[in-house]
Design a protein around this ligand. Sequence first.
Ligand code: AMP
Length: 278
Amino acid sequence: MHVATTLAEMRQRRAAMKGSVGLVPTMGYLHEGHLSLARRARTDTDYVVASIFVNPTQFGPKEDYQRYPRDPERDLRLLEAEGTDVVFMPSAEEMYPAGFDTWVEVGGSLTERLEAAARPGHFRGVTTIVAKLFEIVRPQRAYFGQKDAQQLAVVRKMAADLNMGIEVVGLPTVREPDGLAMSSRNAYLSHSERQAGTVLWRSLCRARELFEGGERSAEAIRRAMHAVLAQEPLAQVEYVSVADTATLQELEAIAGPALVSLAVRMGRTRLIDNVTLG
Ligand code: AMP
């Protein structure tokens, strides 16, 4: 496995690849969710490139950029064990040199609500860094987790709208045995917050149970999820949403596939999760 810490090294490694390339973009502090993406890339493509870059432009001024967890040595061991060919770990200075002034922004309904409303500028930062990584690595396929469902939809839209010719592959959320979605940010949770964190999954299971029992009123499902969340005193709910998977607009009645998603604060830590119904 090669580690490329500069653009020049990454471009050189890429130029030597004769065959299909799969890209797995990450912010590091890897867990099984990230590794599931690398594993799938390994079976799909001739070369696997993973990136580790805590992207400053997708964090708000009051968010956790400085304290975001980092453990590059462990990350490299884990990626090597998955058969990764190249890990791209650029510096923030090289990705955003002084005078950097070009942004890639997806408009329309996908970036109006949910995470976009809660985190102004977040998706502009995401699509800008992903567009740069796509340009540098020029993969045939790129792998993203359904855990960040809105991000997946926004990146797909960017790739389609800009004719990037890259297949954006979305993979299922990997969970802890008790249902908590794996996330680098789970490391922030105290013991009691970690236990309380299962309430997101319990509320999503309640939504699925109602849907499978024939409930099609989105409001009834949102109310039932709020009722589950209200039982957990540590949980401060930011939003609960039942939205059209294609537009991410809030639904009244569920007729086609629906994205059920939520954001909850546990102390200082913000957790998100989702399932798709139908
Ligand atoms: P991050 O390092 O948080 O930016 O995540 C990098 C990629 O891993 C993104 O495409 C995420 O959606 C994906 N990912 C994060 N957590 C999970 C998970 N629990 N299961 C599957 N994919 C995940």
